[in-house]
Each structure stands twice: as structure tokens, then as C-alpha cells.
Design a protein around this ligand. Structure first.
Ligand SMILES: Cc1cc2nc3c(=O)[nH]c(=O)nc-3n(C[C@H](O)[C@H](O)[C@H](O)COP(=O)(O)OP(=O)(O)OC[C@H]3O[C@@H](n4cnc5c(N)ncnc54)[C@H](O)[C@@H]3O)c2cc1C
Length: 492
């Protein structure tokens, strides 16, 4: 197994997209098999070594950034199998954890299948997307990564390689799990004794539900319980046709009315994506897209899967919803073919690039939210974001997954004083979202950046529930320490 410790080789492992600058490590291991990963962990406790797992560094919360621990890079575990049909409407593919998401997507699409999870950034590793239960625009229709994982193979902190097919290890009626491991022996533990928020997306802390499957404890555990080395992904047939559309609105009330209709089961439409841009986001984009109407207060981007025989009636139904909601119909951008759809997707992806360009000219980093709330409370959280930022005269944008009542607010501070004010406002946003029954993180996870806020959501007792499970799998505390669970809680 390759090991590198020279500063030039390890530099790239000290960052992700969080802007955390505290990373340091003695060196990076590059295992090439699951067995090699397990072997590293087997001796870790004895040798007093701790490891941080590195995916491809697109995470936003500092999860892969080591704080003095050794790094295990998943880069060399990149094999992608062949899609195998399970039934008329389902196939599976086996991939190693370091396979690039966009390569997996390309391969399965060439064979006529769709892997629905699509967390915007295609250059992430599949293993990380499972460890983080990543979501994205298509989560509106297809759910998060969790819903598309049939099996994982995990290297546990005690050095066992453990296969977890969905349906094999279920919590009993009391919530107890019993598992037998060759090296670590019998592990018996209760699922976390807290309930999760009633949001359509949630990615903060260990999963817990009556009758839950052990695989779901690992999915979203941010590498704190084990290292995913391989997975079987569930595939569905590629839609026969698709159209996408960008609709502008002059007033927020119209935009919210359109969104409610598009989400309603009675609407006759069934979008797979329902995304939002506020007026400030459109101002950023106008630099590259001068045709954006001047009077647009916001816009909705949607995608609709369809079939040749239904396409016209589906388009008509959408037009009725636009007209009845007061959309700026004349300026609507409809993409019917692949080329136009690529242009529209580029429009969506241009926003983070333009924001980063702007940030690169500033001294301070952005403050961004990832909270979601139950649908009935969404407007209240949205108005709170918007009015608080206006009151503070911040430069800000709000965009994202409105279908899941989950938008990202990015505050872009122009100086230190604004950064500090935005940071204290962030805590108010967390408190507001939680008071509304929401979650601290709907998709990006907690990592190191957001762990100080976890107690606001779970209280100390909730965090200690996670500590109990962490210590059951990782009694010597060798894996991803500082991620998700604040380190001070592990000392108790
Ligand atoms: C422009 C942009 C847009 C994004 N949009 C979205 C979005 O819409 N939705 C969304 O959910 N995310 C989004 N993300 C975040 C990001 O892409 C995901 O969190 C992704 O899962 C990170 O993958 P990575 O390989 O880069 O992981 P890394 O950043 O390297 O690691 C992320 C975490 O996973 C752990 N980890 C990595 N591999 C494993 C493994 N094999 N086993 C166990 N733990 C492991 C690491 O220790 C770390 O804690 C976006 C990021 C960017 C830059």
C-alpha cells in the first residue's frame, strides 16, 4: 500500500470546500482493497493511531480535514462493475467507495439505467455520498442516497470487514441490534433513543426509527462508525423523455403559489426537481445571462419526466399552472432537447461559480445555511432569512431545493464586522429552524464545521445517544474523531 508523507503530496488532503484552514496530518495511506483498509484499522488501537477518511474533498463541512490524525484516502478504490438487471424496473451495480459519482452516472445511463442521487457536484466519491447520505435536486422525487443503497461493505474500527445487505440486520421490537463479528465479537446495542424531525430531508446525526435496518445507521454517519469500501446501488430505468424549465415570477406570493400547486398530488404534474432562485441569485447570474427579466423577484427551475405520447399534455398542464399562478410566462425558458437541457443545467451550476468568483475578491468566507423545516413552516423560515439579511444590509442569496422546503441562504460578508454579525445571526437561524420542527442539516451533514450547533438540535442527551453507539463500534476512538460528534463529548 502506498504511503505518502511529503508536504506536496499531503497538501491536497488538508482541505475541502469548507474553507477550514486547520488541517494537519503526518501522512496519507492509499489502500487498494477493502482488506487493506481493514488492516490499517486492525492495528490502529494498539499503535495509538487515529484516522480521518478522505473522499474527493467536495464536502462543505470539513469532514475529511484531519486535525493531526493520519488520513486514509479512498482514491485507489475506484472500480465500477456492470449494471445487472434484477427485474423489469430495477437493476444493481457494485462499485468501490472511491468511484466517481459522475462516472457511475455515465456508465449506468449508457446501459439505459438511472442512479437518481445527484448532489450537484459530480466529482465526489460514491462512498462519501453514502457516508453523508447526500441529496440534491432529484431528491424531491427520488429521496436521498439512503433510498438507493442495497448493500454496503464496511471496514469497522476493530478491523472487521462487515457485509451489510439491506434487510438482513434489523432492530428488534425494543430497538435492539445484535451482530456477530469475527474480531470484535458480539455487539448488542439499542438504536438511538431520540426521534428525528418531520422534514422531507434530514442529515444531522445518526438515523433512528422503529424497526430500522442497520444499513441506515451507517448511511449518513459521516464515517464515524466505519469506512464504506464497497456498495451495491439500486438503479431504475432512464426516463424515456424529459423536459426542463425555468419560470420567472415578479412577486414571491406568485412563486410560492406556483410551488404549492406543483407539489400538490392533484396538480396532474409530477416534477422530479423543483428548485428556487431568489432575485439576488438572479442578479449574480445576469452577468452571464443578460436575458433574465429585470422585474423577476425569483425563479423556479423544474424537471419533468415524460414520454413521447404524453409530452404535449404534460407541457399544457404546466402552462396552466404557470398562468394560474401569475408567472412571467412570456420569458419562460423551456428545454425540450438534450442540448438545451445542458444549457439550462449550466445556468443552475453557474450560480456557485459566480458566487465563488465574488468571494475570491473578498477577505471573508461565506456563512451558509443547510436547514430544512416541515412544509407548513417553510414560508416563515424563508421570510425570517430574507428580512434578517435585509435589516442587516448584507449581500446575500437564497437558492436551492424549495420542493423539500430546504433552501440555502449564503451571506457574503464584505468585511470582518459583517462576518461576525452574520455568524451570530447564523445561530438565530439554527434556533428558528429547530423551533419550527426543522433540522440543522438537510443534506451537507455536520462534519467539523457544524458540530458546535448539534446540541441545539438534540440536547446533550441526544448527543450522548450517538456517543453510546460510536463507542460500541469504535471503543478506542480511532476513526473520524471530531466529525459529527463534538470531541468533548467523547471524553466522558
Ligand atoms: C458546488 C457543490 C455543490 C454541492 N451540492 C450538494 C448537494 O446538492 N447536495 C449534497 O448533499 N451535497 C452537496 N455538496 C457536498 C458534497 O458534494 C457531498 O457532501 C459529497 O458527498 C462529498 O463527497 P467527497 O468525495 O468529496 O467527500 P469528502 O469531502 O472527501 O468527504 C466527506 C465526508 O465523508 C467521509 N468519507 C469519505 N469517504 C468515506 C467512506 N468511504 N466511508 C466513510 N466515510 C467516508 C469523510 O471522512 C468526510 O467526513 C456540494 C458540494 C459542492 C462543492
Amino acid at each position: 500500500m502506498i504511503y505518502k508523507s511529503d508536504p506536496a503530496s499531503i497538501a491536497e488532503f488538508l482541505s475541502d470546500t469548507s474553507n477550514l484552514k486547520t488541517g494537519k496530518t503526518p501522512g496519507v495511506y492509499f489502500p487498494e482493497t477493502g482488506e487493506e483498509v481493514a488492516e490499517l484499522l486492525r492495528s490502529a488501537g494498539k499503535e495509538g493511531k487515529r484516522f480521518t477518511i478522505a473522499g474527493n474533498g467536495t464536502g462543505t463541512t470539513g469532514g475529511r480535514i484531519p486535525e493531526g490524525d493520519w488520513v486514509i484516502s479512498m482514491q485507489r478504490l475506484g472500480k465500477i462493475g456492470e449494471p445487472a438487471r434484477l427485474s423489469e424496473n430495477e437493476a444493481a451495480i457494485t462499485v468501490q467507495a472511491g468511484a466517481l459519482l459522475e462516472e457511475v452516472q455515465r456508465k449506468v445511463e449508457q446501459a439505459g439505467w438511472l442512479y437518481p442521487p445527484d448532489p450537484t457536484e459530480g466529482l465526489c466519491f460514491i462512498g462519501s455520498t453514502i457516508a453523508n447520505n447526500s441529496s440534491g435536486a432529484r431528491t424531491f422525487r427520488y429521496g436521498p442516497t439512503r433510498d438507493h443503497i442495497l448493500r454496503i461493505l464496511v471496514a469497522l474500527p476493530g478491523g472487521d470487514l462487515f457485509d451489510i445487505p439491506r434487510g438482513k440486520h434489523l432492530a428488534d421490537e425494543e430497538g435492539l441490534f445484535h451482530i456477530e463479528l469475527p474480531l470484535s465479537g458480539t455487539l448488542s446495542f439499542l438504536r438511538p433513543q431520540y426521534s428525528m424531525p418531520e422534514t422531507s430531508k434530514h442529515n444531522a446525526g445518526y438515523f433512528s426509527k422503529a424497526g430500522m435496518d442497520l444499513i441506515d445507521l451507517f448511511i449518513g454517519s459521516e464515517g464515524t462508525l466505519g469506512i464504506i469500501v464497497e456498495a451495491d446501488l439500486k438503479l431504475i430505468p432512464l426516463p424515456r423523455r424529459l423536459f426542463s424549465c425555468l419560470v420567472y415570477f415578479a412577486a414571491f406570493d406568485d412563486l410560492f403559489s406556483f410551488t404549492a400547486k406543483a407539489k400538490s398530488p392533484e396538480s396532474g404534474v409530477n416534477p422530479r426537481v423543483l428548485e428556487f432562485f431568489d432575485g439576488n441569485s438572479l442578479d449574480f447570474l445576469r452577468k452571464d445571462y443578460p436575458d433574465i427579466p429585470e422585474n423577476a423577484a425569483g425563479a423556479i427551475f423544474f424537471e419533468q419526466e415524460t414520454a413521447p405520447e404524453r409530452e404535449e399534455s404534460d407541457l399544457e398542464r404546466w402552462l396552466e399552472i404557470m398562468e394560474s399562478s401569475g408567472a412571467l410566462v412570456d420569458t419562460t425558458w423551456i428545454a425540450l432537447d438534450r442540448e438545451e437541457q445542458r444549457r439550462l443545467t449550466a445556468f443552475r451550476h453557474a450560480l456557485p461559480l459566480l458566487v465563488n468568483e465574488w468571494l475570491n475578491r473578498q477577505q471573508e468566507s461565506k456563512i451558509s445555511t443547510d436547514m430544512a423545516v416541515p412544509d407548513p413552516s417553510f414560508r416563515e423560515l424563508f421570510d425570517f432569512y430574507d428580512s434578517s439579511c435585509r435589516k442587516n444590509r448584507f449581500t446575500f442569496i437564497i437558492f436551492g431545493h424549495i420542493g423539500n422546503s430546504h433552501v440555502h441562504l449564503n451571506i457574503l460578508p464584505r468585511n470582518r464586522e459583517e462576518f461576525l454579525r452574520a455568524k451570530s445571526l447564523y445561530r438565530e437561524f439554527v434556533e428558528k429552524a429547530i423551533a419550527l420542527g426543522g433540522t440543522l442539516s438537510a443534506e451537507h451533514g455536520i462534519g467539523k464545521l457544524k458540530s458546535p450547533y448539534l446540541a441545539a438540535m438534540y440536547g446533550e442527551s441526544g448527543i450522548m445517544e450517538m456517543v453510546r453507539i460510536k463507542k460500541c463500534f469504535d471503543p478506542e476512538l480511532v476513526l473520524n474523531i471530531g466529525n459529527l460528534i463534538p470531541e468533548s463529548y467523547l471524553a466522558t
